[in-house]
Design a binder for this molecule. Structure first.
Ligand code: NAD
Length: 360
């Protein structure tokens, strides 16, 4: 099959980790007889250096001609980089918010998976980490409290701030459908997280999710209050498959879930719209402290490329193959510096990419 992939190498370690993900994708293409065509796109600091702005219309136009976009990471050191002397709307991060909006990426997916080999990095109690976990947090990304009307005003001489949390049934239905579709590719369980004992927006959320669930009789749906979910993630993370939740709850829970894995260089992510299109990127930043030193862990980006194969291209077998290659390399004891433990072999960014590509 033929696919056109937009590539945003970005800043800091971005170009190094994206190079390794492309190595793996090229190996997949040659093993399975696919053709991947790459279009280089500028975003963030790299775009500021060339065009003076973090996102251009040309980047958006080009991205829309692609089947999916693979991104490294953007941004620099806020203390030393000249990009941070620009006004906030012209800084690298504004480019990322801009492209998400321009491409209508409303569904954010963050898997949290505990590799047996990296269990020592998991901060949970040993009897809990021994059970392992493999979950995916599906967070609504373009609605809710972060996008509602807000104001700060004086009411009867007292400063008062208001933020608005609003969802309509259309916004809830489209993300719920995404979550159920993805659960069908996994262990067929969705846990919808809300605060329906207090919030009207949560009560509507629950009602619409239940309606959508009727279209997916094979998927088991459960509901959980967000405060309970925050506890369950550290007490019994093995219970979760897909967690579906609104924007702010998802912001907090996805960070909590990824941190219980203990390994920032391993965490992939995807942002999807209502077509097959998605933007795939590691959850970590551009790590300017180690940029250009062959020390970055490329695995989060390689796993993001695997998500792209699975969710945008429906190449499940190829995605399984990439994930299995990562597990094999870890089992063989190869580690980048960030996940190094005693008795393992320390390798650089490029070597890690080679090892994974060789095992496809
Ligand atoms: P960071 O994730 O870049 O780095 C935090 C720490 O983790 C650093 O010590 C870094 O060396 C290490 N680290 C991160 N990724 C690694 C990898 N793949 N391999 C090995 N070590 C890794 O977070 P930060 O330092 O807070 O942010 C740096 C820049 O990244 C900032 O400009 C920030 O705005 C940007 N950022 C971008 C994104 C994105 O592109 N989506 C996300 C978060 C932060």
């Amino acid at each position: 099959m033929n696919f056109r992939i937009g590539v945003i190498s970005g800043d800091g370690i971005g170009p190094e980790i994206v190079r390794e993900a492309r190595k793996v994708l090229d190996q997949v293409a040659s093993k399975y007889g696919h053709a991947f065509e790459y279009a280089e796109l500028l975003l963030g600091g790299a775009s500021i250096d060339v065009h003076g702005v973090p996102l251009t219309e040309e980047t958006v136009r080009q991205a829309k001609t692609c089947d999916a976009v693979l991104m490294g990471s953007i941004g620099g050191d806020a203390k030393t980089s000249p990009w941070y002397r620009l006004e906030p709307s012209k800084r690298p991060e504004a480019g990322l918010l801009g492209i998400r909006k321009a491409l209508n990426l409303f569904a954010n997916l963050r898997p949290a998976y505990l590799y047996e080999e990296l269990r020592a990095a998991c901060p949970l109690r040993e009897d809990i980490s021994a059970a392992g976990f493999d979950m995916l947090i599906m967070r609504e990304l373009t609605g809710g409290l972060y996008f509602g009307a807000r104001k700060t005003e004086e009411v009867d001489g007292v400063l008062t701030a208001v933020d608005t949390l609003s969802y309509n049934e259309y916004e809830i239905r489209r993300i719920a459908k995404r979550a159920f579709d993805i659960a069908m590719k996994r262990r067929k369980k969705v846990c919808s997280v809300d605060k329906a004992n207090v919030l009207d927006s949560s009560r509507l959320w629950r009602k619409v999710v239940e309606e959508v669930a009727k279209e997916y009789p094979e998927v088991e749906l459960s509901h959980m209050y967000v405060d309970n979910c925050a506890m369950q993630l550290v007490m019994n993370p093995a219970q979760f498959d897909v967690i579906l939740t609104e924007n702010m709850f998802g912001d907090i829970l996805s960070d909590e879930a990824s941190m219980v894995t203990g390994s920032i260089g391993m965490l992939s992510s995807a942002s999807l719209n209502d077509t097959k299109f998605g933007l795939y990127e590691p959850s970590h930043g551009s790590a300017p402290d180690i940029a250009g030193q062959d020390r970055a862990n490329p695995i989060a980006t390689i796993l993001s490329a695997a998500m792209m194969l699975r969710y945008s291209f429906d190449l499940d077998e190829e995605a399984d193959r990439v994930e299995a290659a990562v597990r094999t390399v870890l089992k063989e004891g190869y580690r980048t510096g960030d996940i190094l433990s005693e008795g393992c072999t320390c390798v650089g960014t490029a070597r890690m990419g080679d090892l994974i590509a060789e095992r496809i």
